[in-house]
Design a protein. Sequence first.
Length: 134
Amino acid sequence: GFFHKNYQIGGGVILIWYALGMVIGGVAILRMLGFIDSFADLTPNRGVLLIILVGATIGALSNILAFTAVSSAPNEGEPIAIFATASVFVSLLSYSLARFLPRYFDKPDINIWSALGILLIVGGVIIIALRNRL
């Protein structure tokens, strides 16, 4: 990929710097906005800690795969465009959950812009998938 070829930087290094930046920046922003008074506020209970651990494990695995794909792809934009399809699946899942389980999930707002965004993402993935066949 671009970073490895031009700068000899692998996907793992990019992932580590991205993760460190997100953690440090997130804590700094929460502190500036007054959501965190002290670092003792960051200590969660056991249930929250378990949810964070599971989410971090799944998120770490997906980010490792994502950054490996970005560093090894001929065009770094392709994996990111394909990852954007996750938002399409989340949107469709939220619509489905609101329809079949309205007691637990509120109906999401759908407007022309969200529908257009979904169509653009799906269209972009189709173009990427069919690019080599045309």
